[in-house]
Design a protein. Sequence first.
Length: 181
Amino acid sequence: MGRAATKQDLISSAKEQFDNMWELADSMTEEEKRAAFCFEKSSKMKEAHWTRDNNLRDVYIHLYEWHQLLLDWVEANRNGQMKPFLPEPYNWKTYGQMNVGFWKKHQATTYEEAEKLLRDSHGKVMDMIAEYSNEELFEKKHFSWTGTTNMGSYCISATSSHYEWAAKKIKMQIKALREGA
């Protein structure tokens, strides 16, 4: 499936990628789920998340915190409080620092807590998406607060695109763990 362009596609792709991510995680033993990432990092892996995330908990927390960004942004703007998607002082050039802040904030969070937070926040995001019409989600500039894009693009980023990213990391970890065994 390509990038979602309708509400139904958004819901389907978010559910499909979320389920795929959990199928991979559920194929791991409890010990593997808590293990430090042990896959080899290459010079092609230039993005900050390759050094930031050390385990599955870190990935789950990253997804959870991006759900919170989306939910908070939509709620504030829906209630007339003009709020940017990224909180001050961050912007699209510096949001990597925000992600590190999320990582630091959750170093005492357990794997179990991270999993519960993520499952709960996914449900809240899906409920929020269901409240909007196709036009509200995918018509550019439908809401003044979405800028030059549409709300659906933000939802895709916080759901299916991020879940696909997480699944790739989980696959790499499974491969590394099982080849090294």
